[in-house]
Ligand binder design. Structure first.
Ligand SMILES: Nc1ncnc2c1ncn2[C@@H]1O[C@H](COP(=O)(O)OP(=O)(O)OP(=O)(O)O)[C@@H](O)[C@H]1O
Ligand SMILES: [Mg+2]
Length: 454
């Protein structure tokens, strides 16, 4: 049954509850009646409601407390309190504490319906404002920069598939922008006014993932002290982003497959089947196909997830993006820190361009952040980049005249000498070479031992 809104009606007088419910249902609302505050609050924990109407004077708990506890359970719930003539003060106080409105008994049903409608409007407005605020910040923060043809191709694929409801699998190394792409898919889709919910399957303990995703009923296991809606329900009519999908257990794979196939699922410990309408975007930096071949990931789930696959190239495969990305991050961090760093020197940019970026865009972003902190002029210079630590073992920090293998050997010798506090014999031991070979390497690479401390 579709209804205009879901409403809880609470009064210790069963007759009053009955009358109100009948009236609300005939006006197109779904209404559930309760005579005990605790059971009404339980219902609110269990399902989503839009408005709660409560009597002020009840033997177990007064309307004021119901109001406060309901707001704790669901800050979005709108509460209307009805009160007997003569106790309006309390009702006014309740409004100060966040009630939407009050009614004085006896009231006309039409009055009640009007107040409910305005409560629903207010709730929708509040949610809309919150959503827009989030969206604005998401759009600003999550703008995807693409200069390289590889990334431009990715963006055009994202635009092409965002309007469809097809599930998408995003593959790419760590830090390549998988989450950013997932967000863009959502914000360019027809579901953009609905929620984008992230489930991080990598960071969450395997046993908790199930509870997080599916939710549970009170008593389903030790620790389940109340009913809880899962992430799947939260994402209903919106987009569910399953990050690090490669990490989920085989049991979870089976349960997830079922939701993907039919939209049906049960909360843990619940007999009722529920239904959701979600679009799933999954991401992983592991080789999912290989996991399928090894028998560690269900093939049917794999195909369900990868209706469309988006491969994010690593940063070293799209070096054309480095200059622009660096400038974006530079502006971002100089604004954030209030330091006026406007550009990157040629030498420093050469360093950025020749590095192999195992951590991809995230690593570049972190390096720029650290460089902005270190910089003492308007220009980022190589010295500002070094403390970030990422260039330590890289050829870009050693003589460019040497070939890669030699450069690496020199770097290793230097590292060993540093570690051994420039005692050559100890450095030789670290590398597993003789003192004589060590001496030879030092001469070969023109390492100035005298200048360095003992
Ligand atoms: N093309 C891009 N334009 C602007 N910023 C980007 C771009 N790609 C990535 N970033 C930024 O780099 C950081 C890492 O991106 P994101 O979190 O989306 O990567 P990821 O692939 O999900 O990483 P992980 O696998 O580690 O979870 C974020 O701060 C993101 O805003
Ligand atoms: Mg990520």
């Amino acid at each position: 049954m579709t209804c205009k809104a879901r409403i809880i009606v609470l009064d210790d007088e069963p007759n009053i509850v009955e009358v109100i419910i009948t009236r609300l249902e005939s006006s197109g609302y779904c209404a559930n009646g309760f005579t005990k505050p605790e059971t009404a609050l339980d219902a609110l924990r269990k399902d989503e409601y839009h408005v709660l109407i409560t009597d002020m004077k009840m033997p177990d708990m007064d309307g004021m407390e119901v109001l406060q506890r309901a707001k704790q359970i669901d800050p979005d719930i709108e509460v209307i309190i009805f009160t007997a003539y003569g106790s309006i003060d309390g009702a006014v106080m309740a409004m100060k504490k966040g009630a939407h409105d009050y009614l004085v008994k006896p009231f006309e049903p039409i009055e009640l319906v009007a107040k409910i409608d305005s409560a629903i409007d207010k709730r929708e407005l509040k949610q809309r404002v919150r959503y827009l605020e989030q969206e604005v910040s998401d759009r600003i923060e999550h703008h995807i920069y693409a200069e390289s043809s590889a990334m431009k191709k990715v963006l055009s694929l994202v635009r092409q598939v965002s309007k469809s409801d097809a599930n998408v699998l995003i593959l790419g190394e760590s830090g390549t922008g998988k989450e950013l792409v997932a967000k863009m898919l959502h914000y360019e889709s027809n579901r953009k006014d609905r929620k984008f919910v992230i489930m991080d399957c990598g960071a969450t303990q395997a046993t908790l993932i199930e509870a997080e995703l599916f939710g549970y009923t009170k008593g389903a296991y030790t620790g389940a002290v109340k009913d809880k809606r899962g992430i799947i329900e939260e994402a209903d009519t919106g987009t569910l982003f399953l990050d690090e999908i490669g990490n989920i257990s085989s049991e979870m794979q089976t349960r997830l497959l079922r939701v993907l196939e039919s939209g049906d699922f049960r909360r843990i410990g619940d007999l009722d089947q529920r239904h959701v309408d979600i679009r799933v975007i999954a991401a992983t930096n592991s080789d999912l196909k290989a996991r399928v071949d090894e028998g560690n990931f269900r093939e049917d789930l794999y195909y369900r997830l990868k209706v469309i696959t988006i491969n994010l190239p690593s940063l070293r495969e799209r070096k054309e993006d480095i200059v622009g990305l660096s400038q974006i991050f530079l502006t971002e961090f100089s604004n954030k820190t209030g330091k006026k760093v406007a550009g990157i020197s040629k030498d420093a940019m050469d360093m950025l361009l020749s590095y192999h970026w195992p951590g991809n865009v995230r690593e570049l972003k972190n390096s720029i952040e650290s460089a902005v902190v270190m910089s003492s002029s308007e220009l980022i210079v190589p010295e500002d980049l070094k403390p970030s630590g990422v260039f330590d073992n890289d050829k870009s920090t050693v003589d460019s005249g040497l070939n890669t293998l030699e450069a690496q050997e020199k770097a290793m010798v230097l590292k060993a000498l540093n570690k051994a506090r420039w005692v050559q014999k100890d450095a030789a031991d670290i590398l597993g070479i003789t003192r004589r070979v060590m001496h030879y390497k030092i001469r070969k690479y023109n390492i100035n031992i005298d200048k360095n401390p003992m």
